[in-house]
Design a protein around this ligand. Structure first.
Ligand SMILES: [Mg+2]
Length: 188
């Protein structure tokens, strides 16, 4: 009997989709607010120079329309092609369920390979049994690691905080692919 492929769980925004650059473009075009990525040191634009109203407006516009045009994160598409040779891919996102159609269309249009797409705010529960979660959220990383699942945390200004044992910081998609595809790589 051939063994079933194991699951890898992968976040969407700022991991597969280059969401932050688009959000900052929208803050500039809709509100005249110019932020650099280095300014985004918290996972909340209202804590990084935007008002709560500006942040809410831009996130609403992103979820209702602009997410259809977000760029791919560098290296993401190629990484998934490699990862899918060994694993099943579950994309886990905390986007509102109402973005499902736009999100599915975006994944197809961008040639993103995956086996399952899940909308949830409960990543720790969902990731049980996954080989790893790839995410950019420090809070998600801590949560999922505390459930015993390794996390590859894609380095961003908003996640540069101390990491628990099961969380490994990666600096690019090739780093993540190496960890997932090469036995022992980065797991010492
Ligand atoms: Mg994310």
């Amino acid at each position: 009997m051939s063994a079933e492929k194991l699951w890898v769980s992968i976040d969407l925004d700022n991991v597969l989709a280059a969401t932050d650059p688009l959000i900052r473009e929208l803050l500039a075009s809709r509100h005249g607010l110019y932020l650099q990525i280095e300014n985004v040191v918290e996972f909340d634009y209202a804590m990084c120079g935007a008002t709560r109203e500006q942040s809410d407006d831009v996130l609403h516009f992103f979820h209702s329309k602009a997410c259809a045009a977000v760029a791919l994160e560098e290296g993401a598409s190629n990484a998934l092609l490699q990862i899918q040779r060994l694993y099943r891919i579950r994309i886990v996102t905390s986007r509102p369920e109402g973005t499902r159609t736009l999100t599915e269309e975006w994944l197809v249009a961008n040639g993103v390979v995956f086996d399952q797409l899940v909308f949830t705010n409960e990543k720790a529960q969902l990731c049980l049994g996954s080989v790893a979660l790839v995410d950019d959220s420090h809070a998600n990383a801590v949560d999922v690691a505390s459930a015993g699942v390794p996390v590859l945390l894609l380095d961003k200004p908003w996640n540069r905080k101390p990491l628990p044992d099961l969380v490994q910081r990666i600096f690019s998609w090739p780093d993540g692919v190496r960890w997932l595809m090469i036995p022992g790589a980065g797991k010492e």
